[in-house]
Design a binder for this molecule. Structure first.
Ligand code: FDA
Length: 390
């Protein structure tokens, strides 16, 4: 064995694991640079964790699986690391922590730590085969047309999910899991914009507003919604997309935290001659107010509207039901839902129960976080769990 540990994938989880696991480590990635998703994350500022992170912020067939790793490596552990490296950060909203400067600082911190740990990093290197040996693993690799092999007692799969294939995302981890008899749960694009038949929201493209969005299952998300020329986006929409299934409606409260009926009745009492569109424009962005008023097509002004009619308007605002045609898919999804089934893994170490020495960490595991720094926290925490086990 020429290494103690081989880690495939030099993204968030692979870098974190290589920096902490100790011993002779080989870290391999087929991309030309390490941590590319970190670099582009959070609009270039990397939302590297969330102070409110707990297992309830994740989707998984086993909602308890993530608890152990998340409890042992907390958001504040990563904040300490970032602060110790002199990286300034701030809370943007809802516990989301971002770099003040650039996401590149997180990449530089991690690659620096990997180098300090003495790990060997091989980029632009593809993996052409993986096999089990007595007491370890052999990996067949190819760099610049040259085929070479490496052997180690432990093999860590940290190759992420299928999101953004343009950046080199692959289903490699799932193939390896199946090769060694592990189950893989159904994978889907998550944290992804909804699409609608051509032109549905074309007139509203660019309109943004705070809403509360809820899929048929899962919690409601009180965040922003953005109309786009292709459909619906914005944080609230990305969040519910992870819970949404084809054909289901999404419910959107366009006037969250307020009582639309009471507002409309008060307006009728004070300014009965006002038209509905004008009143709605005090409650919603003007273009959306016009669209809602046009769709309702109610005759007369506010004074002409009975309580029953105003209740219909309020219902339309608080419980807008919309059925997306689909999603933009892996092309733009921030994460992949599903993955290596947690049943086959130790929640303490991420090691495959039936395949000693084989570990899966990060996004390839069937643990997917909400938008807001949760996915990186899972990458750090699962990597640390494996690093301790190695
Ligand atoms: P990650 O994808 O980081 O790394 C996998 C690595 O494996 C890559 O370097 C890849 O090249 C390599 N690889 C893949 N297949 C391979 C193969 N066959 N052979 C060799 N190498 C292979 N999350 C968050 O918490 N806060 C945020 O701000 C954002 N922002 C964000 C923006 C955008 C645009 C995206 C697409 C995603 C985010 N995310 C996020 C999600 C976050 O980036 C993601 O959950 C983590 O990067 C997952 O870390 P992993 O290490 O598991 O995979």
């Amino acid at each position: 064995m020429n290494f103690d540990t081989i880690i495939l994938g030099a993204g968030a989880a692979g870098l974190m694991c290589a920096a902490h696991c100790g011993g002779r480590v080989l870290l391999v990635d087929h991309a030309a640079a390490a941590g590319e998703k970190i670099r582009i994350s959070g609009g270039g500022r990397c939302n590297f964790t969330n102070t409110g992170c707990e297992a309830g912020n994740f989707l998984s067939a086993n909602p308890h699986f993530a608890k152990s790793a998340l409890a042992r490596y907390t958001p504040w552990d990563f904040v300490s690391l970032v602060s110790d490296h002199g990286i300034a950060w701030h809370e943007k909203t809802l516990g989301q922590l971002f770099c003040d400067g650039s996401a590149r600082q997180i990449v530089a911190m991690l690659t620096g730590m990997v180098a300090d740990a003495g790990a060997v990093l091989r980029l632009s290197t593809s993996v052409t085969g993986v096999e089990a040996l007595p007491g370890g693993y052999r990996v067949v690799l190819e760099t610049a047309g040259k085929v070479w092999t490496a052997e180690a007692a432990s093999l860590v799969i940290a190759t992420g999910g299928k999101s953004i294939p343009k950046m080199g995302a692959t289903g490699f981890a799932y193939d390896i899991a199946r090769q060694f008899g592990l189950e893989v749960t159904e994978t889907r694009a998550g944290l992804v914009p909804f699409t609608f038949p051509e032109g549905r929201f074309a007139d509203l493209s660019g309109v943004a507003l705070p809403v509360r969005a809820t899929a048929a299952t899962g919690p409601g998300f009180p965040e922003a919604l953005l109309f786009t020329h292709r459909g619906l986006s914005g944080p609230a929409v990305l969040q519910v997309s992870s819970y949404w299934r084809e054909g289901e409606a999404v419910e959107v409260d366009l006037f969250p935290g307020d009582d639309a009926l009471a507002t409309l009745r008060a307006a009728r009492a004070e300014a009965g001659r006002r038209g509905l569109a004008r009143e709605l424009a005090t409650m919603l962005p003007a273009r959306l107010a016009d669209a809602v008023a046009a769709e309702l097509a109610l005759p007369g002004n506010l004074a002409d509207m009975s309580d029953v009619v105003l209740a219909q308007v309020a219902e339309r605002l608080h419980r807008w039901q919309v059925v997306p045609g689909g999603t933009e898919g892996y092309r733009t999804a921030e994460v992949t839902l599903g993955g290596v089934a947690t049943d086959g893994l130790s929640s303490r170490t991420m090691e495959a129960r039936a395949q000693p020495g084989l570990y899966f960490i990060g996004e390839c595991v069937d643990v997917t976080g909400w938008l807001g720094g949760y996915n990186f926290q899972w990458a750090w925490a699962s990597a640390m769990a494996a690093a301790e086990g190695l």
